[in-house]
Design a protein around this ligand. Structure first.
Ligand SMILES: Nc1nc2c(ncn2[C@@H]2O[C@H](COP(=O)(O)OP(=O)(O)OP(=O)(O)O)[C@@H](O)[C@H]2O)c(=O)[nH]1
Ligand SMILES: [Mg+2]
Length: 335
């Protein structure tokens, strides 16, 4: 047999070998080169990384809150335009129409060869009905159904082909006008917290001065603690002692509830395309950290805590749901 065809007896010069971008733990480096003391499992993270990149990533985000707080506008500002300007988008007037039913949009995003399938679940705002609790039941039902469907699929025959529609994160919109949380916010979040990671945001933050915003954040944090509302807790992200990263992490955690501003309008400023809200007295740049926390929020969702949100959904929320469903069944199963 031609030894050049057999990878074990390859006579190819070393330079023909594919070069790994991973430096020290290059999986193509032979045991002889590494020294006898290496077994080779140091390349495990890279194997996992390669496999995940090949499969692509999936993430589902939901927006909920009172009607007219800018939920549909914000998801557009966060992900659907600007970042990916070549994507065909619904026109602006369609974007700001009132949301009347739960709607799901999926976008495929690719960055440096890494694919992300991002699903955004937009929900109709509540607020007009006399008994507000009724208007949020469809959202709770939706979350419950996704967990239940996943549970049924897990028990089914084709476990490897399960389509995961569970929601990993819910942006909860709080009005900038009230003094803090409204009774309906408290009730809704307490119901939501068992099914989804809640990330609270203060909507339309351009309505508040800096001092008012800080006070509002403080009040909301206190009220959440008082009412024992469980929101998503940031675990420390892997900073590798990088000072800049640690600073960003600190700022991000301090921003909760994130003060956000959304807009469908873009202006060209100093040669850059900037998403803004233009008022007679000035311009609010939605991605300027001095004007809003939108960039911190996007960093948290995409760059630093996406995996954490997914793991908390699987290991804590879904697991609790699964156990409670099992406990519900067991009395009827005994005899
Ligand atoms: N001042 C201000 N207005 C905003 C902001 N975001 C959106 N708006 C405006 O608020 C109005 C409602 O925006 P939507 O995005 O439709 O609000 P929504 O929360 O999706 O409303 P529903 O679909 O009824 O639940 C629109 O006129 C937007 O232009 C913001 O950050 N600041
Ligand atoms: Mg809407």
């Amino acid at each position: 047999m031609d030894s050049t065809l057999n990878p074990l007896h390859s006579t190819r010069p070393d330079t023909a070998r594919p070069k790994s971008p991973w430096g020290r733990h290059d999986p193509y480096v032979s045991m002889e080169e590494l020294g006898k003391s290496f077994v080779g499992f140091a390349s495990l993270p890279h194997q996992i990384h390669r496999k995940n990149v090949k499969k692509g990533f999936e993430f589902t985000l939901m927006v909920v809150g009172e009607s007219g707080l800018g939920k549909s506008t914000l998801i557009n500002s966060l992900f659907l335009t600007g970042l990916y300007s070549d994507r065909i988008l619904p026109n602006t007037s369609e974007m700001i129409e009132r949301t009347v039913g739960i709607s799901k949009k999926t976008v495929d995003i690719e960055e440096k060869g890494v694919r992300l399938k991002l699903t955004i679940v937009d929900t109709p705002g509540f607020g007009d009905a006399l008994d507000g609790t009724e208007s949020y039941y469809p959202v709770l039902d939706y979350l419950h159904e996704q967990f239940e469907q996943y549970r049924m699929d897990e028990m089914g025959k084709h476990r490897t082909q399960i389509k995961d529609n569970r929601v990993h994160c819910c942006l909860y919109f709080i009005s900038p006008y009230g003094r803090g949380l409204k009774p309906l916010d408290v009730a809704f979040m307490k119901d939501l917290q068992t099914h989804v990671n809640i990330v609270p945001v203060i909507a339309k933050a351009d309505c508040l001065t800096k001092a008012e915003l800080l006070r509002k954040k403080e009040t909301i944090r206190r009220e959440m603690e008082f009412h024992k509302i469980k929101i998503f807790e940031f675990s420390d992200c892997d900073s590798d002692n990088d000072v800049e990263w640690t600073r960003q992490d600190f700022e991000m955690k301090n921003s909760v509830p994130f003060a956000v501003v959304g807009s469908n309008m873009q202006l060209r400023m100093d040669g850059r395309k900037v998403r803004v809200r233009a008022y007679p007295w000035g311009v609010v740049e939605v991605e300027n950290p001095d004007h809003s926390d939108l960039v911190h929020l996007r960093t948290m969702l995409v760059r630093t805590h996406m995996q954490d949100l997914k793991e908390k959904t699987q290991d804590n929320l879904y697991e609790q749901f699964r156990i409670s469903r099992m406990n519900m069944r067991s009395p009827s199963m005994s005899f």
